[in-house]
Design a protein around this ligand. Structure first.
Ligand SMILES: [Mg+2]
Length: 259
């Protein structure tokens, strides 16, 4: 195996559980930061801005700067810019998505007429927003969804995720969106560009087989499963394609690496 030159980290279930930091992960990342070792947080969350994600990590004791964060909203804006710079976009989503699009210079319109329709988690979604998006998609707009997460973990339990909201548009327009977030591999290339490494150099660290581990497998990079989140070892061992590595926590990984 080639030496590891960088890490990509999931957030919820990997760095923290809801509002509680996962100390082994916080310590591990702080050590990377202190030694200047490349890493990046890769999140499907499209509602928060890059800075808001960094602030949340900082509040949990992670010494991180905003440029260490890649959200699916940022990746969506990056992707559309590559395909069609200057396109008009109709969006359903929150501040994280709006700012990511505006930072790349896109015209975000309120009209049901646009080159692209982009949907990200929107906790103020209305029938009118869905109606406009549906009209635009039926009129030929390209349909993009920041991520397909069917549910999101909250203090109240699992609530509808962006994949669930996206499904309303899919059903009514009979068009499938192009998904940006994990487990689709789109964010791998953007992440590697941001940290200046190649596929063989990096390891994706995450707790969720369906998103993080398949993201790494689909994108052709190594994966490290941690047992601090949604999927435990028994579930992982049942899968056809296994993660490259699996540990209880990043404390164990640190010790293994040091022999
Ligand atoms: Mg997770």
């Amino acid at each position: 195996m080639e030496p590891i030159k960088g890490y990509l980290f999931d957030l919820d279930g990997t760095m923290y559980a809801g509002t509680e930091p996962i100390h082994a992960a916080v310590d591990f990342v702080n050590e990377l930061e202190a030694t200047g070792f490349p890493y990046l947080f890769v999140t499907n969350n499209a509602s928060m801005t890059q800075q808001q994600v960094a602030d949340k990590l900082i509040s949990m004791g992670v010494h991180v700067k905003a440029e260490r964060v890649l959200t699916s909203a940022m990746a969506t804006a990056h992707y559309i810019e590559k395909m069609s710079p200057g396109a008009t976009v109709y969006m359903i989503g929150e501040q994280g998505l709006r700012i990511a699009l505006e930072e790349r210079g896109f015209h975000v319109t309120d009209e049901a007429k646009a080159d692209y329709v982009v949907i990200g988690l929107d906790r103020h979604i209305t029938y009118e927003k869905l109606a406009k998006a549906a009209i635009a998609i039926r009129s030929g707009a390209r349909f993009i969804s920041t991520n397909g997460d069917i549910a999101i973990p909250t203090e109240r339990g699992l609530l509808p995720g962006n994949g669930a909201l996206t499904s309303v548009l899919t059903v009514t327009t009979e068009k499938e969106p192009f998904f940006i977030g994990k487990p689709e591999p789109v964010m791998i290339d953007i992440a590697l560009e941001m940290i200046g490494l190649q596929k063989g150099d990096v390891v994706m660290v995450g707790d969720n087989y369906h998103t993080d581990i398949l993201f790494g497998i689909n994108g052709g990079i190594r994966t490290l499963h941690v047992n601090s989140g949604v999927h435990g070892p028994a579930f992982i061992q049942e899968q056809e394609k296994l993660p490259t590595y699996m540990v209880e926590s990043l404390d164990e990984w640190k010790h293994e690496k040091k022999g």
